[in-house]
Unconditional design. Structure first.
Length: 488
């Protein structure tokens, strides 16, 4: 029996069984790289809100009204495990090929549509969004407790149809469940993908966006907006933010760590290393935030664009990358993040369809660690002595319950580390580990020694006590692993 299947059956049989294993036995070897982590709870960072976590799906998925529906309890359960107040973003490349029709009814073929991440190789088929899909989406949001960012068709749509769709969405979803409308997906690529002529640039986009905005606001005066939802051309952020700073709730863009998947250089090793592109995007976001005062949300992201890369995007490496990215974004003040997916895409955090059921993929487990740490206020966490283990990262926050939590990701593929944690002022500490037999494992990922059930049920089976010595808490971490330490 595979390890994943064994652990899942054990979880279901044991209920709340909790095993403890001592940390001292793991310190018998002296081969680990010694590293120091200094926590300073007096140095406060940004706040992580309860709606930070999000998922992103293609707009075409709205063509199947049974997908985002209250009856889809498995998907709803898996999303709830990631957070009771998450944000579902509906957009992607297919948003420019979906057409609202207030008078349409779904067909039998629509009821089986599963829209995985669009690879962008060619124009996707047109999809009709019906009132049934929007009504069912409201039921789905009620079941999960999540809210929604809803995309409108800028590429091939009209302001009038967008306004009619927005009016029905607002009436049905309600202002309390609608985070924002986004007009167009990755407009900075329109002049490359055939949606606009090659001469169409940012000024043309701003004019088009303004026309759609005015049409929607004429029908829905209180409609919330965000944008520009760009693919990553950072020079588009500032013009949009400056022009529409009084009209949008936040600015947004996308980020993919690697791509294209056909490039042999797109590897696990590359995924886990610092990415200069991310650093450049963060710098541009900070500039726009300082100039306008608008918050920022990363509304679409994942490991490798064009749907992901097998052997990279669907492995345990993606779990370490995703968990670390969430804290990187939180550390610089982002208000949230949405991991793109759907269907059986290589990088999707949740794979499946209603007919066959759903499954938590490896990336989901990195998000689960973040969920278990919960919302709170980040505090200073400084590593030293990492010269021989440069891919170790650590983040600390004071949770809403007052407890101190530390998330660590050892992305070094060849180095165990021994972390000495100071400044916690805690009486004791426990750790739940994010692990897999291999960094390229695609099936046997666990958090807290446990797998996530098909309906989102998860309980830790293994929780360790972290030993202390002379006021320091000592945590040994295997190469390619993660951990959540909770101090009491």
């Amino acid at each position: 029996m595979k390890r994943r299947a064994f652990l899942q059956s054990s979880l279901l049989a044991s209920g709340s069984l909790l095993l403890c294993r001592g940390g001292l036995a793991q310190m018998m070897s002296d081969s680990a790289v010694p590293v120091n982590l200094a926590i300073d709870t007096s140095q406060l960072g940004h706040t992580i809100q309860s709606n930070f976590t999000g998922l992103s799906y293609e707009q075409a998925q709205m063509g199947n009204p049974d997908f985002f529906a209250g009856t889809n309890t498995q998907l709803a359960g898996l999303m709830q495990t990631l957070g009771r107040h998450g944000v579902l973003r509906i957009g992607g490349n297919t948003s420019e090929y979906t057409f609202w029709n207030r008078n349409a009814k779904p067909t039998k073929a629509d009821m089986h549509l599963a829209a995985g991440p669009d690879k962008g190789h060619h124009a996707p088929p047109n999809v009709t969004i019906t009132p049934d899909a929007v009504r069912n989406l409201r039921d789905f949001l009620d079941r999960t407790g999540w809210t929604v960012i809803y995309g409108l068709n800028l590429g091939k749509g009209t302001p009038e149809n967008a306004a009619d769709e927005a009016a029905f969405v607002m009436e049905t979803i309600g202002q309390e469940k609608l985070v924002a409308f986004q007009v167009g997906n990755e407009p900075d690529l329109f002049n490359r993908n055939g949606l606009r002529p090659s001469t169409w640039m940012v000024d043309d986009y701003l004019q088009d966006w303004g026309r759609f905005f005015k049409a929607v606001r004429a029908r829905v005066p209180n409609a919330p907006f965000a944008g520009p939802d760009t693919a990553g051309i950072v020079s588009w952020l500032m013009p949009f933010a400056e022009k529409f700073k009084d009209d949008v709730k936040f600015i947004s863009s996308h980020y993919y760590a690697e791509g294209p998947p056909t490039n042999p250089a797109m590897t696990i090793e590359r995924l886990l290393k610092p990415n200069p592109r991310l650093e450049g995007e963060i710098a541009a976001v900070k500039q726009a935030q300082q100039a306008t005062g608008l918050p920022f949300r990363l509304t679409e992201t994942n490991s490798c664009y064009q749907g992901g890369k097998p052997g990279v995007s669907d492995t345990f490496a993606a779990a370490l990358w995703a968990g670390d990215l969430m804290y990187q974004e939180a550390s610089v003040g982002s208000i949230g993040i949405n991991f793109h997916g759907g269907g059986y895409g290589w990088y999707t955090p949740i794979a499946g369809v209603p007919e066959a059921g759903f499954l938590a993929r490896p990336e989901y487990y990195g998000m689960l660690l973040f969920a278990q740490a919960g919302p709170g206020r980040m505090v200073s966490a400084k590593l030293s002595g990492t010269e021989d283990a440069p891919l170790l990262t650590a983040y600390a926050l004071r949770g809403e319950d007052g407890q101190l939590r530390v998330a660590l990701f050892n992305k070094n593929l060849d180095k165990d580390v021994m972390v000495s944690i100071s400044g916690s002022n805690g009486l004791g500490a426990t750790v739940m580990r994010l692990e897999a037999p291999r960094v390229d494992d695609s099936t046997d990922v666990t958090f807290g020694g446990s797998v996530v059930g098909v309906d989102g049920r998860w309980l830790p089976l293994v929780e360790e006590r972290v030993p202390s010595k002379n006021g320091l808490f000592l945590l040994r971490m295997k190469k390619a692993s993660g951990a959540l330490v909770i101090f009491s």
